[in-house]
Design a protein around this ligand. Structure first.
Ligand SMILES: Cc1cc2nc3c(=O)[nH]c(=O)nc-3n(C[C@H](O)[C@H](O)[C@H](O)COP(=O)(O)O)c2cc1C
Length: 144
């Protein structure tokens, strides 16, 4: 399986989730390639079996500009995108929580629901990431 993890993170929470996903996949024997949005040169999502796209949510549920630029740069809607995001329910409650991740999953017609993590994934939410990843991998294998 060829996997790309693309993410944007300002204060480190989304990066922590990305790193957790990378470590988990490595333990499963899967090699991961990385794309730091706004920094690295873009690879074509079509070259991968799965692309994990991670973002935080910005003011009033907004998708960060760098992620919007990434979407434009990709230029089409790959069918292999799975979305993860971090957010904070203090900014607008459940309605706006990780709204950017939800919007991206909808935009790409992701065949698996977005993973939504409150702030840092450390602690009890690690379990949530693992369960989500098991689901994503099983789902991907069933379509392979
Ligand atoms: C100005 C500002 C606005 C935010 N608005 C939202 C929001 O509407 N919804 C949400 O879920 N989180 C919101 N957040 C929380 C961030 O998405 C959250 O802290 C996230 O984990 C940051 O990711 P990062 O550490 O990868 O940069 C906001 C944070 C800031 C500073």
């Amino acid at each position: 399986m060829r996997i790309l993890i693309a993410y944007l993170s300002y204060s480190g929470n989304t990066e922590e989730v990305a790193a957790y996903i990378g470590d988990y996949l490595n333990k499963e024997g899967i090699t991961v390639e990385w794309h730091r949005i706004g920094i690295d040169a873009l690879s074509d999502p079509a070259d991968y079996d799965l692309v994990f796209l991670g973002t935080f949510t910005w003011e009033r549920g907004a998708t960060p500009d760098e992620v919007k630029d990434f979407v434009l740069e990709v230029g089409y809607k790959p069918e292999n995108m799975v979305i993860f995001g971090t957010g904070d329910t203090q900014f607008g409650g459940d309605d706006l929580f990780c709204k950017a991740a939800d919007k991206l999953a909808h935009f790409y017609g992701s065949s698996y629901p977005a993973l939504k993590i409150e702030q840092s994934p450390r602690g009890s939410q690690e379990n949530k990431i693992e369960q989500w990843l098991e689901g994503v991998l099983n789902h991907a294998k069933s379509y392979a």
